[in-house]
Design a protein around this ligand. Structure first.
Ligand SMILES: Nc1nc2c(c(=O)[nH]1)N=C([C@H](O)[C@H](O)COP(=O)(O)OP(=O)(O)OP(=O)(O)O)CN2
Ligand SMILES: [Zn+2]
Length: 148
């Protein structure tokens, strides 16, 4: 696993957990403005998900690292992102851009965290699409529970 230096975000929580993933996926950006990216091509995406909270579960976990991997890696690895129901070809907020994919990863993680009694928060998703391009998504506090 490639090790990277991530941007840090200030938060008020006692615990902060980070999980790295990579996944190989194809995509296309369904926009005439996307140039060569309009056509199907692939990347090895690298993601870092940051979860924070004040309470631990009965295992002493903020959230199980393995559950985060199952949610993201197992869902997207060796897929075409456009085929996943979280993406579509009409709403630009749901095109599989690096920006929207980072936000959607945060939404998928938060939906799982919302099922946990200790109520941790996904506070950052770092998503690298190419060696020269990455996005950092941080859910706004006001968007908690209704992210977009
Ligand atoms: N703001 C965004 N711009 C672009 C996105 C995106 O998701 N958000 N995506 C793409 C393409 O999908 C492309 O795969 C990545 O583009 P790019 O960084 O330009 O890739 P290159 O390897 O060609 O970049 P170099 O500058 O040669 O390193 C395009 N834009
Ligand atoms: Zn691409």
């Amino acid at each position: 696993m490639m090790q990277q230096i991530y941007p840090v975000t200030a938060h008020p929580y006692a615990y902060e957990l980070n999980k790295d993933f990579h996944f190989a996926a194809a995509h296309y950006i369904p926009s005439d403005q996307a140039g060569k990216c309009r056509y199907v091509h692939g990347h090895t995406y690298f993601a870092n998900v940051t979860v924070a909270g004040d309470a631990l579960d009965e295992s002493g976990f903020l959230v199980n690292f393995a559950d985060l991997k199952r949610l993201i890696h197992d869902r997207f690895d060796h897929t075409t992102l456009n085929d996943d129901e979280v993406f579509d070809d009409v709403d630009p907020h749901r095109f599989p851009t690096t920006e929207a994919t980072a936000r959607i990863i945060a939404e998928l993680v938060q939906a799982h965290l919302d099922t946990l009694p200790q109520h941790p928060r996904c506070i950052q998703v770092y998503l690298r699409e190419t060696p020269s391009s990455y996005v950092v998504y941080r859910p706004r506090q006001a968007d908690a529970g209704a992210q977009r």
